[in-house]
Design a binder for this molecule. Structure first.
Ligand code: UDP
Length: 365
């Protein structure tokens, strides 16, 4: 394979529960496969929150990475020097040029709009960006003979399932245009796998959270709508309080329960999924910890970690919020050998807090 580079992760004797060909680094706990290093990978949306962490992980594993991002929501500062290609997914010819000029072998597709409320207000924006953008990308991949794809999907494809924890066999019944747009892409991937031999993994994230432990990559959305960053903004005095969106849900303390999964654990799962792709086959996997925390528990964790009193006020329910979303992550463990390292909410919040304190204005500083 051209462009092959030495793996940065020390190989260790195989541990029993790992899939064939995988080994785990003793010091970092990271799992690596033999033989798939130094691939040329295009990461769409690699300037965004999860994408930028994945880029770093892929590079650490010895892959040659290029980021393709229109910077509408991402940050150039989150991309390693000299790796950013600015472009739109809708410009199919640009994508084809990139595939050919960089001899791309695999794609990780993070580029998407991800806000539920925005998708309800402007659904066509979501179908245009998420669905048409993915269609353009898939067409370019097909034209250029690139068959490996890892796709950022979401728990929103399940809607509001009755049964918790949620397994991959739960019916896909999204309740907002964001979830529908991601489901539409999953369906396209399934058909493209059957017809053209695409090999894909659709990774359904639960609630991505945290930041790189070094505090140099993190969450920076504008406007910010996610719970943990908003609570930490309140801790920093950037806002007076956090509003709890409803306390009358059928959950133990009445507030919504979510499964918060660390962004570095997500990045690790992407690397593992890339290495498991097979032509014509699709993996659909939940990425969560299997442990749910309520909004009140998240606020308490932020108080503990920051040592600051954070004012919380109960407000109205936010439209479209299911009461509880907790993953059954057993299939990802079985198929990928993936186990989240961050299972304790305080540890996840600690990394986010480090990022927010060192970057009070996000990447703007
Ligand atoms: N939430 C809240 N107040 C906020 C933001 C979020 O109570 O200011 C709640 C939200 O209703 C949901 C949970 O926190 O139950 C996580 O929301 P977030 O937007 O972080 O992620 P989502 O689950 O919507 O993907």
């Amino acid at each position: 394979m051209r462009g092959r580079k030495a793996c940065q992760v020390r190989q260790q004797p195989q541990v029993l529960e790992l899939p064939d060909g995988a080994s785990r680094c003793k010091s970092t706990g990271q799992i690596t496969y033999q033989g798939l290093h130094g691939m040329r990978i295009l990461v769409t949306g690699g300037a965004g929150y999860v994408g930028s962490h994945a880029v770093r992980r892929l590079m650490a594993a010895g892959h040659e990475v290029w980021v393709y991002d229109d910077l509408s929501r991402g940050h150039a500062a989150a991309v390693p020097e000299g790796r950013l290609l600015v472009g739109s997914l809708c410009e199919q010819q640009c994508l084809i040029d990139v595939f050919q000029s960089h001899d791309i072998e695999a794609v990780m597709h993070f580029a998407a709009l991800t806000l539920v409320a925005e998708s309800v207000a402007d659904p066509l924006l979501y179908y245009q960006n998420n669905v048409c953008g993915s269609l353009s990308l898939l067409s370019a991949m097909r034209r250029c003979g690139v068959w490996r794809l890892v796709f950022s999907s979401t728990t929103a494809v399940y809607g509001a399932p009755q049964q918790q924890p949620i397994s991959e066999d739960a019916p896909r019944q999204p309740i907002n245009p964001y979830g529908t747009s991601k489901l539409m892409v999953e369906l396209m991937l399934e058909d493209a796998a059957a017809a053209y031999g695409l090999g894909f993994a659709a990774l359904r994230y639960f609630n991505a959270a945290g930041a790189s432990p070094a505090g140099d990559l993190g969450e920076d959305h504008s406007p910010e709508t996610h719970l943990i960053p908003l609570v930490l903004h309140a801790a920093m005095g950037r806002r007076s309080h956090v509003t709890v969106f409803g306390d009358d849900y059928p959950t133990p303390d009445g507030t919504c329960v979510r499964d918060y999964v660390h962004v570095e654990d997500l990045a690790e799962a992407h690397l593992l999924a890339l290495e498991r792709l097979q032509p014509g086959q699709g993996l659909k996997l939940n990425l969560g910890t299997g442990q749910g925390y309520s909004v009140r528990q998240v606020i308490e964790a932020c108080r503990r970690v920051t040592g600051r009193p954070i004012r919380a006020e109960v407000g109205q329910r936010r439209p479209g919020d299911p009461a509880s979303l907790v993953a059954d992550p057993s299939r990802a463990k079985q198929v990928l050998g993936w186990t989240p390292h961050y299972t304790d909410l305080d540890r996840i919040v600690e990394t986010a807090w480090r990022w927010h304190r060192s970057h009070p204005q996000g990447y703007g500083q």
